[in-house]
Design a protein around this ligand. Structure first.
Ligand SMILES: N[C@@H](CCC(=O)N[C@@H](CS)C(=O)NCC(=O)O)C(=O)O
Length: 191
């Protein structure tokens, strides 16, 4: 049985939760209190951060790597495109996620200019989603899973409006029809 060291509020953990749910992998989630972390979490991950997955005493941190691991370990249903070029482009989105999340965290901290910087990132997402239905390409996949946790939290916890972003709205509507994402919407509502 796979164990996920998890925190409901953590968007990086949400990536792992969503990917596991999409793959239909049974797992045990162990909630870590991020305000009072157990000492032993540093044995699982020297940074003390979640998510971490553990399978038969084998341990893996880092949400981007966890998503890739799950894709290889549990190939069905595929969450990366079949074409190597399209797979590479999906990975570029994941590789550059900091461009998106840094202004998100700046906004959460109430920094000057952060709202504008985050709006710029959302506009880039909207432009990309006008060109293709999913960040992962023609099909839903890991790049979408990599971004949606922050988009949901921006909407539902920070009150960011997507009124001027029709492609992002359409993407979210389609995403929320997926049980794995609908479950994450519920997690965010419970925070
Ligand atoms: N690069 C890590 C980042 C994970 C991360 O920052 N997790 C946060 C919770 S959302 C955490 O554990 N924070 C505790 C800390 O920074 O000490 C990943 O992608 O998994």
């Amino acid at each position: 049985m796979l164990t996920l060291y998890d925190a409901a509020r953590c968007p990086y953990c949400a990536r792992a939760r969503i990917a596991l749910a999409e793959k239909g992998v049974e797992f045990e989630a162990l909630e870590i209190d991020l305000n009072d972390r157990p000492e032993w979490i540093y044995e699982k991950n020297p940074t003390g951060r979640v998510p971490v997955v553990e399978e038969d005493a084998w341990i893996l941190p880092e949400s981007s790597v966890i998503m890739e691991y799950l894709e290889e370990r549990y190939p069905e249903p595929p969450l990366l495109p079949a074409d190597p070029g399209d797979r590479a482009l999906a990975r570029v989105w994941i590789f550059r996620h900091d461009d998106f999340t840094k202004p998100y965290y700046a906004l959460r901290r109430g920094e000057d200019g952060a709202a504008e910087r985050f709006e710029e990132q959302l506009a880039k997402l909207d432009a990309a989603l006008e060109r293709q239905p999913w960040l992962s390409g023609g099909e839903y996949g890991l790049a979408d899973i990599a971004y949606v946790p922050w988009v949901l939290r921006a909407r539902d916890m920070l009150g960011v409006s997507f009124d001027e972003l029709p492609a992002v709205r359409s993407w979210l509507d389609r995403l929320e029809q997926r049980p794995a994402i609908a479950r994450e919407v519920d997690v965010v509502a419970s925070l």
